[in-house]
Design a protein around this ligand. Sequence first.
Ligand code: ADP
Ligand code: MG
Ligand code: MG
Length: 904
Amino acid sequence: MAVKRVYTFGNGEAEGKADMKNLLGGKGANLAEMNLIGVPVPPGFTITTDVCSEYNDLGRDKVLELLKSEIEESITKIENLTQTNFGDKNNPLLVSVRSGARASMPGMMDTVLNLGLNEDSVAGIAKKSGNERFAWDSYRRFVQMYGDVVLGMKPVSKEEIDPFEKIMEDVKLEKGVDLDTDLDVSDLKELVVLFKEAVKEQTGQGFPESAWEQLWGAILAVFDSWNNDRAILYRRMEGIPDEWGTAVNVQAMVYGNMGDDSATGVAFTRDAGTGENMFNGEYLINAQGEDVVAGIRTPQQITKEGSIRWAKLQDILEEDRVMMYPSLEEAMPEVFEELNAVQKKLEMHYKDMQDLEFTVQDKKLWLLQTRNGKRTGAAMVKIAMDLYREGIIDDKLALMRVEANKLDELLHPVFDMKAIGSANELAKGLPASPGAASGQIIFFADEANKYENTILVRIETSPEDLEGMLIAKGILTARGGMTSHAAVVARGMGKCCVSGAGALKIDYKERTLRIGSDIYREGDWISLNGSSGKVYAGQVKTRMPDLDGDFASIMDFASKYTRMSVRTNADTPKDAKVARGFGAEGIGLCRTEHMFFEGERIKTVREMILSSDEEGRRNALAKLLPYQKSDFEGILEAMQGYGVTIRLLDPPLHEFVPHTEAAQQEMAKEMGISLAEVKTKVSDLSEFNPMLGHRGCRLGNTYPEITEMQARAIVEAAIALKKRGVITKPEIMVPLIGTVEEFKMQSDIINKTAKTVFEETGDTIEYMVGTMIEIPRAALTADKVAEFAEFFSFGTNDLTQMTFGYSRDDANKFLPIYIEKGILKNDPFQVLDQTGVGQLVEMGTKKGRSAKPGLKVGICGEHGGEPSSVGFCNSVGMDYVSCSPYRVPIARVAAAQAHILSED
Ligand code: ADP
Ligand code: MG
Ligand code: MG
């Protein structure tokens, strides 16, 4: 059968329908669907998205040939339905040519209205409608849009305004009028002449008079608009594949610019900002197309209630509102009733909040578009729950309606919208950790207490800065990506962070922050929006978000439908409690080294590291033991009996030693050795590739006493808790193994230590010993490892680093470029690379379970809080995912959604 490239709709019939979005684009599929359910839509047809690909592959001539007969037939259909003729002088059919991709890309691509007009048919339209002004207004709009979209009439430089706008401004000035609607027929005629002259001058092309030539030009221009800069950028941001392409919709025109009984507008069936169940929107009388959003005239509200609210905010008196800005409900009551009925019908039909575009021609209502409306995180949750309570959707569907990532917006303090509008934006970085923070600038972590509210401003952060990061209200870095130290730690803390703000020039010596020609000093106030990556001058007002009942209900649905459980990555009892509050069931990763930096402990840690023999190390470790034990008690207790995975010491020791001479001096004094000795030791510890160096289980295998101390602290903590009636089951995790022998040696030490502690205390506890799978070799030999390990936890940060061979600390130099060039679709440190790294995860899980059926498997990399990666973890059969506390709700929803999808 021949390929069908064109789908028609009109008069209550359609060849397409709503679920054909991939082929017809969202707009085309919904135009068809609206016809089928009896909503008034002007007739037309949709050229498929496949043709866009054909056009890109085969070129224009071939595509024109392929389309010709189908388009001619489809135009004839419209002619018959509208009783007009395309290209006719006296009774011409005019059409719009509209873009429309699978995913909505509002305003990113192009549309041409009133196509089919020329010097002759404009007179025909004038005569037929008896409205010469309307005919010429349509014609000038057509020449303007066609000139822009098809003939490439753009501003010559970015300082320049649009060439047509410029001409309009000049003519208005000359006639002494303010509004487009004040231009009369002769003005409009003059505009058409001037527009055409400008086109000729700038592009060297004459303006096409033939309707068919116009149509083909516009269709191809819409295909071309798929690859304009705006559209490409939008696709990058939203993760829309370049291959999808756009459909083209050709549709009979209806006219909102026919006079005072005509209008055009946009509407939402519910409030997209708050979710409130209130029909709302804006319209303009005697207007066309995008006039409402273009801001040329002040748009009016659709409902009376909305109009009254609006007037209040605008300080407009009620009598002025009624006179000058009446609502559609007041100005055209019958049309409003019909529109109101249509909006209800569409929402019921799609079972979701709709975003509508409509036009009124001579008091007759036409719908031109409907789609599921974009909305804030708060509105998303409220609308889903309202629809559920109204009985329109069930709990499963309500849960599926939640875009997991958007929940983030609900969990952090937010800026007051009004305040942000008037704030002075200084710079932009990555939205590394959402939320809002204001504080006084400090440049050094150990000065985080200098003021009551501080923002730590660093070129980048390091583990040494941890305590300061905890105290500061927000973190701003000049360097580093979404998985930089600052970003990861901040997300873990639920602390607002903007990272990689390249425009910042930080001078630690002078304690200044330079942005362009402005200088900010220590103590100056700045504000960070971690949700947008924007940095503002001064103190912008914030407020706490309300996690009301709707949020909790969505979380209940998630618990009901999930198969996997969600744990948290937490290093402190405080984090553990926060995560419990969000419904985390256990800790998937407790990094013991984070406890090493706190307060006085770092000195003892350094003493251990700098000791030249085992005895010295053991002495220092003995001092650390009580600290570790009490930390573990705190964390185990906070998790109320849920599993807690504690990872043994992992980072290279060099991260802990003092790097400044003053600190080295202090250390030398403390340990009673010379400064020179300290220096030698520090330089001995430095490595070329620390991430591939002396770290992970390699530490415990070369210095078994470290593992001994940590194992002892864990077991003693659990026994102490048991005495107080708190039953726990610690899961001791060996990091960075590549061979089963590496694991065995560690687990032997752990088991031996546990046995000793049991004997000493005369008591026992249950515990497990397992390992991280984060080196490719460990995944490849997972069956061997699983003979001895009691659980696996995929450390996908390191696994990604080692599978790609990208250093996480250096990748920011090339990853953004790789993504821009399309070499990579995503940052693999944020979104798990299912094709490559995923194979290792899947294989590791299968092999592990082949040796030990029922082996407990989870993930503890950053990916554990990223929805698509969580879905992947579900598909390979993991038992749980683990993520930072503030991502727990996101992971819970993503896990439940993945399970629902897998069952369908
Ligand atoms: P976008 O995808 O940017 O929203 P559209 O294709 O929806 O672009 O077109 C923009 C506007 O043009 C529509 O909202 C509508 O007001 C107007 N428009 C499009 N087609 C027609 C038509 N056939 N008759 C009247 N107005 C139209
Ligand atoms: Mg639109
Ligand atoms: Mg690791």
